[in-house]
Design a protein. Sequence first.
Length: 99
Amino acid sequence: MKFIVAKKNGPHGLLLVITDADIVGKKFEEGRLQLDLSKEFYQGEEKNKKEVLLLIETAQHLHLTGKEAVSLGVTAEIIEKKKILWVKNIPHAEGVAGQ
């Protein structure tokens, strides 16, 4: 599985935007909910699972979209399953790493 990872330096440290590579560039809408993965915010470098897991260790905040990306956050115990937002069967979650 490939991921697209964007690094954003914010006032509270490094934010990693991790998205399943196969959904970047797409838009999902369901009712009032929207995931617009075509925005520049989601553009980044292609990484494999091992590379992403190493990057997660350096981040303060995670922004995960897609089944594989969110699964990494759950496995790393950063994302609680009950806090996952679903839009058109695409999961999205945000979490604070290093806690």
